[in-house]
Design a protein around this ligand. Structure first.
Ligand code: E4P
Length: 223
């Protein structure tokens, strides 16, 4: 399973890249605004900066919601850097745009997906990635992991090439459950990736190994 980081924060992207397990980045207009990135030129430059840190795909979301606008904006985004994936919302004109980009060989990520039917449409339109938002479903007491399982199953039955990019991940458990479900990618906050490291038995086991090593050194020195 690929790991993407879900942020527009340069420091966090660098930290995840340094860890050596990062396969890409997803952003959205809320994440860009959170970093204080405003104005078209600054936003475009920020995408380029992100692309120069990582070695994988970087999703950049369009703001337009009409077909012509999505195409114009998506083509501009795609021309910024070879790593850019055009992120398109799950709306009627979005589906038409996904098909257009797919025919042109431009990579896409269909975002704001909350049902298997939406994911089926995205795959039919030739999206490179589909982004089901599992955390937001959990937030309203619906089963986000079930959605990932359903989409993986449907794509497998029909051999769709669209990759399931599990999004809106809140915890390390979400990441593990997505891996079990067969998601191709999980896009996560840095904290959720780092939380995968944690286990109390690792901490206590390491403390014991180090203290035993130290005792051994002291005994050796005393002989
Ligand atoms: C996906 O690409 C989205 O940017 C993201 O995962 C949304 O997550 P949120 O529900 O935490 O905002």
């Amino acid at each position: 399973m690929k790991f993407f980081i879900d942020t527009a924060n340069i420091e966090q992207i660098k930290e995840a890249q340094d860890l050596g397990v990062l396969d890409g980045v997803t952003t959205n207009p809320s994440l860009m605004a959170k970093e204080g990135i405003t104005g078209e030129e600054n936003i475009m430059q920020h995408y380029i900066d992100i692309c120069e840190i990582v070695t994988g795909d970087v999703s950049a979301e369009v703001i337009a919601t009409d077909f012509k606008g999505i195409i114009t904006e998506g083509e501009r985004l795609a021309s910024l850097h070879k790593r850019i994936v055009v992120k398109v919302p799950m709306i009627k004109d979005g589906i038409k745009a996904l098909k257009y980009f797919s025919d042109k060989g431009t990579k896409t990520n269909c975002t704001l997906v909350f049902s298997p039917g939406q994911a089926l449409l995205a795959a039919k339109a030739g999206a490179t990635y589909v982004s089901p938002f599992l955390g937001r479903l959990d937030d309203i007491n619906q089963d986000g992991i079930l959605l990932i399982e359903q989409i993986v199953k449907i794509y497998h039955i029909y051999n769709f090439k669209t990759q399931v990019l599990a999004a809106s991940i809140r915890s390390p458990l979400h990441i593990v459950r997505c891996a079990e479900a067969g998601a191709h990618v999980a896009t996560c906050p840095l904290a959720a990736i780092l939380d995968l490291l944690k286990h109390p038995l690792t901490d206590s086991g390491l403390a014991k190994f180090l203290s035993d090593y130290k005792k051994g050194q002291q005994t050796q020195a005393a002989v």
